[in-house]
Design a protein around this ligand. Sequence first.
Ligand SMILES: Cc1ncc(C[n+]2csc(CCOP(=O)(O)OP(=O)(O)O)c2C)c(N)n1
Length: 179
Amino acid sequence: MATGISRLYPDNFVFTYQGDGDLASIGAGEIIHACNRGENILVVFINNGIYGMTGGQMAPTTLEGMVTSTTPFGRNVDLNGYPLKITELIAQLPGTSYVTRQSVETAGAVRKCKKALKKAIDNVLAKKGTSFVEVVSTCNSGWKMTPVAANNWMVENMFPFYPLGDLKDSVKGEPVVKN
Ligand SMILES: Cc1ncc(C[n+]2csc(CCOP(=O)(O)OP(=O)(O)O)c2C)c(N)n1
């Protein structure tokens, strides 16, 4: 959809807003090829480690040992495979110009995320290809925690596996891929 709209209306600003179930599983093929083609769009990727809307099932991003409605004993990599760092994969694709991982658990984090989103939007307006902003997030109802406990759990468990910061910024020069 985003490819079609941005190609038909190149002067419009086009963005997608996708969960990890959607982006890293259901639409994994589509997002990889859109980013590899360098479609001039902003992708906002909300990673809360589960399929939230449909009942908290395991997603590709679910951490090892993490309890979900379909992994009640925790994700077992022998049975369920490994968690997928799709943002690291996206950063390798030549069509992407700016790839970053952000969070929103504190006012400071929100400010940083806002700055990253603005940069990504500016890149799209400057027609620099795909900009990709992951936001590591909670789903307190799906994780069956209070909002405060979910934030703490995210900081302790999600951030070590999904480290925050820029993975690629090719706006000012050569592509730089970290990790
Ligand atoms: C092709 C397709 N298959 C299945 C669905 C049903 N569906 C709607 S929302 C959803 C889960 C989305 O989870 P995620 O993308 O992680 O977003 P969250 O709810 O966690 O924000 C699914 C499977 C769908 N919309 N499209």
